[in-house]
Design a protein around this ligand. Structure first.
Ligand SMILES: Nc1ncnc2c1ncn2[C@@H]1O[C@H](COP(=O)(O)OP(=O)(O)OP(=O)(O)O)[C@@H](O)[C@H]1O
Length: 454
């Protein structure tokens, strides 16, 4: 397997790093989990999960983690980064069992639940106790779960901080492992300050593992995670998408955007797809338009209640809905094997978001396709994305006259959606008013900051 050299401009002179194959650490080409030194019970769990052999990032990262090194791990979306950190942590826990052994931070609540499921699937055989600590769920039941001294905590930063400040007897002073999944997102300006505060509650004599498909190379960001002599394990370059992903774009006038969307959804009817929109409002509006036209669409965004968010995601995962219309709260990490297609209804505001969005399909070696809707207002951002991808994408072949035949019907659905949105907003305003009177003075911390406009 060709080793990806970290480009000089990516090398951090001030950050003491060792790179695989630099004489210090040999690369591994070992084809089995047993060969990586993983204990039989965990190898058994991998087999039960149909992990026939370690993926490249697992081959490279697991031995380094087993040596007790800090890691900066970079690999494409869908390449098994979760197991790459979960397996060595579980092996270390087996060797040195203790409560509150490891803490995994994730930028969104749904991703936190998903990571804990992977830990449970890999660790139940060794008696793992895992707790999920995220916003939008009941603080008291989480405090009870923490009181049971779980081995592994998977958390979003805001709610974890709430418990460190308010839950008696809970501390992370004995923590052995800190993982940041989607690390570049957790180290950016949204989460940075809260990560700084969290790190004051965690011992420096720990192991720190950072993973992402788009790792930052900025020294001050990485230093925020206070890594100790980390090994950079990179099996992809900074903005690499997987080879099994077929990416294309479509260019058309903004005023026809909904008509083109409906045409495409109709053309791909029956396929499981995620449609990304920029704001909560657009997410709701597009889902309503599609539903009014007979498509089974469900919205997912940060202004929904947590139970509605989990409900929407579970309906989509179970195939009860074939279309998930989401903001970037669903862009990173979510692993839904059945997703055939990702549609960028709105072009993302940064190239990293593009990489993560299209990475919701074509995972674990499967094929998938992505299609980005580009209007005259998106051209500059779209060309920047093609720039970081290092290639020009193909234009999606479409019969523009056939599209326009739908414009009248789509116009009706748009008008119906406007009325439904008004009712939805009125309901939400009433709920908020009741909420404020019912829970006056209740502390509200933004937990998983999905940057969305209302
Ligand atoms: N060794 C393996 N063999 C086969 N499948 C695997 C293996 N390791 C992980 N997987 C599966 O691959 C899928 C993607 O894994 P995971 O979600 O950890 O990817 P990721 O690299 O974290 O992706 P993202 O960057 O999007 O977060 C999951 O369904 C996982 O169960």
């Amino acid at each position: 397997m060709a080793k990806q050299k970290v480009k000089d401009e990516d090398r951090d002179p001030k950050l003491e790093e060792v790179e695989l194959g630099d004489g210090g650490l040999e690369q591994t080409e070992i084809e089995t989990f047993e060969g990586l030194g993983i204990i039989a019970p965990i190898c058994e769990a991998c087999k039960n999960l149909k992990f026939k052999k370690p993926t490249p990032i697992q081959q490279q990262a697991i031995p380094v983690a087993l040596e007790g090194r800090d890691i900066i791990g970079l690999a494409q979306t869908g390449s098994g980064k979760t197991a790459a950190f979960a397996i060595p942590i579980l092996q270390a826990l087996w060797e040195r069992p203790q409560p509150l052994f490891a803490c995994v931070l994730a930028p969104t609540r749904e991703l936190a639940y998903q990571i804990s499921e992977q830990f449970e699937a890999l660790g139940s055989v060794i008696g793992l106790r895992c707790a999920v600590i995220v916003g939008g769920m009941d603080m008291m039941s989480q405090a009870v779960a923490l009181g049971k001294k779980p081995h592994v905590i998977v958390a979003t930063p805001g709610r974890l901080m709430d418990h460190l400040e308010h839950t008696k007897g809970f501390s992370l002073r004995g923590l052995q492992y800190l993982v940041m999944d989607e690390a570049d997102r957790l180290l950016d300006m949204d989460f940075g300050p809260i990560i700084d505060t969290l790190l004051l509650h965690i011992p420096r004599e720990r192991r720190t593992l950072l993973f992402s498909a788009t790792m930052t190379s900025k020294v001050e960001k990485l230093q925020r995670a206070s890594l100790a002599n980390p090994v950079r394990v990179a099996v992809s370059t900074k903005y690499e998408t997987v080879k099994t992903l077929l990416q294309s774009y479509l260019f058309f006038p903004f005023k026809h955007k909904d008509t083109y969307l409906v045409y495409l959804v109709n053309e791909m009817a029956g396929q499981s797809m995620i449609i990304f929109a920029r704001t909560c409002n657009d997410t709701e509006r597009v889902a309503i338009i599609l539903r009014n036209l007979g498509f089974s669409a469900v919205p997912l965004h940060g202004q929904m209640s947590q139970s509605s968010r989990l409900g929407a995601l579970n309906k989509f995962k179970a195939g009860a809905r074939s279309i998930l219309v989401a903001t970037d709260v669903a862009a990173r990490g979510l692993d839904i094997p059945t997703v055939d297609c990702v549609l960028n209804y709105d072009i993302p505001t940064d190239s990293k978001a593009y990489i993560h969005r299209v990475g919701r399909t074509a995972r674990a070696g499967r094929a998938g396709k992505s299609l980005s809707l580009v209007t005259q207002y998106d051209l500059e951002m779209y060309l920047r994305i093609e720039g970081v991808l290092g290639k020009k994408l193909d234009e999606y072949p479409i019969d523009k006259e056939a599209v326009m035949l739908l414009s009248e019907r789509v116009g009706e659905a748009q008008r119906e959606a406007i009325n439904e949105m008004k009712e939805l907003h009125a309901k939400r305003r009433n709920r908020k008013t009741e909420g404020i009177s019912g829970a006056r003075g209740k502390r509200k911390r933004t937990d998983d900051m999905d940057k969305e406009e209302s």
